[in-house]
Design a protein around this ligand. Structure first.
Ligand code: IPM
Ligand code: MG
Length: 357
């Protein structure tokens, strides 16, 4: 029996609706497999700014450190997107959390469920069998370098920076994963232009000498962006820097049919954080139509990675697969042939998964 303490951080927008579905799944697993999961909740993002003025209050951070894993929703609010001068922003909470918890490795599995072949705008014959595991570096790069304005505010800069140590540790995580999969790794950079990318490539080549059984390919990010939708099956494990990984994984979400399907795990030195890759989606907030499967699959990643409960994680993924096989869809993954009565809201979709665990 496992005893785990889980912090639920819904954040903003649809975060609340989808993390509720994720938590219900964790509860169901605890009940079925005889584990004891306890929970606490905390504020982050716009919700935390409204309550405390701070997108990541110290109390939230302390609770994160004290828990075995965090189930996270999303942060963001359109109010800030339309106001580039806002000094305090919800996303700052997310970045601070990643830095403070040392979450340097962001795993984003791009797995296409067979029954969603038709939900993507990419042709089924290109997609069938796609299964990619992205390792996005999460605490360095242009995201965290010095940024500012000069020339009376008329010039802006963001410094991209990587240390050998930072590249080495994410590379090793990706090589280890490749070893457990198809022994194929693609490292993505822009080494023809960027100095950070040249260090990146140098370090990846060095680490590769310790993994002679892994076939390594280096690819420029622009060509990767093209190949990813031209021939997604050529990729297995992919490792890349923070900004490239942010962009490529949104693109790759289309291989899985929808952003609403993609889960992620952020891991590093301490507590792991599990979250959908989608955002707060204020356009559909409160309507009860958000796809809860990304949060549910994030809960599965938590079971597998942070708690080492593999059969439990598999039970969740199998339940999701069965729900899709039975034809149930949320709006975002419904195709032109989906009968309207098969389109469910967030709660009902969550309930279909629960029934099958
Ligand atoms: C993501 C998001 C974040 C990022 C935003 C919300 C800051 O897009 O997790 O991919 O850019 O990392
Ligand atoms: Mg992103």
């Amino acid at each position: 029996m496992a005893e785990k303490h889980i912090l639920i951080v819904p954040g903003d927008g649809i975060g609340q609706e989808v993390t509720t579905a994720g938590k219900n799944v964790l509860d169901k697993i605890a009940e079925k497999f005889g584990h004891r999961f306890t929970y606490d909740a905390a504020l982050m993002g716009h919700a935390a700014i409204e309550a405390t003025g701070n997108p990541l209050p110290d109390e939230t951070l302390a609770k994160m450190r004290a828990s075995d894993a965090v189930l996270f929703g999303a942060v963001g609010h359109p109010k800030y997107d339309n106001d580039p001068t806002a000094k305090v922003r919800p996303e700052q909470g997310l970045l601070k959390m990643r830095k403070e918890l040392g979450l340097y490795a962001n795993l984003r599995p791009i797995k296409l469920f067979d029954d969603l072949l038709g939900a993507s705008s990419i042709k089924p014959e290109i997609l069938r069998g796609s299964d990619i595991l992205f390792f996005r570096e999460l605490t360095g790069d242009i995201y965290f370098g010095e940024k500012g304005r000069k020339d009376n505010g008329d010039t802006a800069y963001d410094l991209a920076q990587y240390s050998r140590y930072e590249v080495d540790r994410i590379a090793r995580k990706a090589f280890d994963a490749a070893r457990a999969r198809k022994k194929k790794l693609c490292s993505v950079d822009k080494a023809n232009v960027l100095e950070t990318s040249r260090l990146w490539r140098e370090v990846v080549q060095q680490v590769a000498t310790e993994y002679p059984d892994i076939q390594v390919e280096h690819q420029f990010v622009d060509s990767m962006a093209m190949m990813l939708i031209k021939d997604p099956r050529r990729y297995d494990v992919v490792v890349t820097a923070n900004l490239f990984g942010d962009i490529l994984t949104d693109e790759a979400s289309q291989i899985a049919g929808s952003m609403g399907m993609l889960a992620s795990a952020s891991i590093g030195d301490g507590t792991g954080v599990y979250e959908p890759i989608h955002g707060s989606a204020h356009d559909i907030t409160g309507k009860g139509v958000a796809n809860p499967l990304a949060s549910i699959l994030s809960a599965a990643l938590m079971l597998e990675i942070s708690f080492n409960l593999k059969p439990e994680a598999e039970a969740v993924v199998r339940a999701v697969d069965e729900v899709l096989k039975a034809g149930w869809r949320t709006r975002d993954i419904a195709g032109p042939d989906t009968p309207p009565e098969k389109i469910l809201g967030t709660e009902k979709m969550g309930a279909e998964v629960l029934r099958r665990i």
